[in-house]
Design a protein around this ligand. Structure first.
Ligand SMILES: Nc1ncnc2c1ncn2[C@@H]1O[C@H](COP(=O)(O)OP(=O)(O)OP(=O)(O)O)[C@@H](O)[C@H]1O
Length: 362
């Protein structure tokens, strides 16, 4: 058994005073009424694996009301290894530790990655493009430290270019300089994104075929820079981007923002050749996100050589029987899973037999 979470400790984290939870190697079900802290527990597990959380909360929001600081820690075990990771939250800061030594949040996914699936994700196909970009980028950030750097450097330079565009009389020489930096950073990000996307797409199509028998899913990276970018080198992407910025400069100046680039891109899905966003049923759209998350699990295994931790926050109740069965088969393939629920009735008998049930109460 690869690396997995053995125990989690929380002190003054969210609604918890002092809390410790032991996890099974396979599935652990956190059961309890609304607002007892199930999602808060999932958030702690995500923080200690991904290094960031889906809630994008400020540090102060994670500290228990009226307390000065919070600490969460996890013991990871597997293949004869024992690794302790922890995070201390105080004031505006979070400090991360691995085996007692200070580390960066980026070091955590290198140890153990996680894939989170929650009810918000169910509208993945229908929501705005930024959700799909974020999903890809959040995964990329965990899978590759370089990805995180490239992404934040690029977003910073776009922000600075936008700031210049908002000035009353933008300095055009300065704008030239920002164009060069934005196109180089953007091309680097785009090349990394396209590589990642391609690998996910490969898994996604196979997994979807298993979930929705007989249907063919495909997806396409839709770039504001044009079609079929996959075959281009980073330098070619950089030239293309620089040209687009030049062509679009008057529009950018008028609208006071950078209108092309990876910050505007999207992912489009088709089922049997038809646009899944416009024509897909709700069930089909849910199968897509289910398959997408499973593809992330498969790809993390490939990237870090280790099964990630799968976090399912309150999704079983949202899936119909077929998709619940697909999820059941998937988690039974031996991946460590933590799932929250208010009602154990949503779980197939066979899953309950194998799972460890932890009751969370106030
Ligand atoms: N910093 C904090 N200090 C104290 N309590 C907090 C803090 N942050 C969140 N809470 C409380 O935690 C509770 C929510 O917990 P959580 O989101 O984990 O619920 P849950 O068990 O997942 O419930 P549901 O089943 O409704 O999703 C709320 O009552 C909220 O007020």
């Amino acid at each position: 058994m690869g690396l997995h979470v053995k125990t989690l400790g929380m002190r003054d984290w969210r609604n918890f005073g002092e809390k410790s939870i032991d996890f099974a190697d396979g599935m652990t079900i956190l059961a309890g009424r609304n607002a007892v802290g199930k999602t808060n527990t999932v958030e702690a597990l995500q923080m200690l694996t991904a290094g960031v959380t889906f809630r994008k909360a400020k540090p102060s929001q994670q500290v228990r009301e009226d307390c000065a600081a919070a600490k969460i820690s996890a013991r990871l075990e597997g293949d004869g290894r024992v690794i302790d990771v922890s995070c201390e939250v105080e004031g505006k800061r979070r400090r991360f530790f691995k085996n007692g030594k200070k580390c960066s949040s980026q070091d955590l996914p290198e140890t153990l990655m996680s894939v989170l699936f929650n009810p918000d994700d169910l509208s993945f196909v229908k929501r705005g493009a930024s959700y799909r970009r974020d999903e890809l980028d959040s995964f990329g950030r965990q899978a590759n430290r370089g990805y995180a750097k490239v992404l934040s450097a690029y977003l910073r330079s776009v922000e600075q270019r936008n700031r210049l565009l908002k000035e009353d009389y933008p300095d055009l020489a300065l704008l030239d300089a920002w164009d060069a930096s934005v196109s180089l950073g953007g091309a680097t990000l785009l090349a990394a994104r396209l590589r990642l996307f391609d690998r996910l797409r490969h898994y996604l199509r196979d997994i979807y075929r298993e979930i929705a028998t007989g249907e063919e899913l495909d997806c396409r990276y839709v770039s504001s820079l044009g079609e079929d970018l996959g075959a281009r080198t980073r330098d070619e992407l950089c030239d293309l981007f620089a040209r687009k910025l030049e062509e679009g400069r008057q529009d950018d100046l008028r609208r006071q923002q950078t209108l092309v680039g990876p910050q505007r891109d999207d992912i489009a899905f088709t089922i049997d050749g038809r646009d899944a966003r416009a024509y897909g049923s709700q069930g089909q759209q849910r199968s897509i996100v289910l398959a997408w998350k499973m593809a992330e699990v498969r790809l993390s295994q490939e990237v870090v050589g280790e099964q990630p931790l799968l976090l399912l926050d309150d999704v079983m109740s949202e899936l119909d029987e077929d998709r619940r069965d697909a999820m059941t088969r998937f988690v039974q393939s031996g991946i460590q899973t933590v799932v929250t629920t208010t009602n154990l009735g949503y779980f197939p008998e066979e899953l309950l037999l194998d799972a460890k049930v932890v009751r969370i109460d106030e």
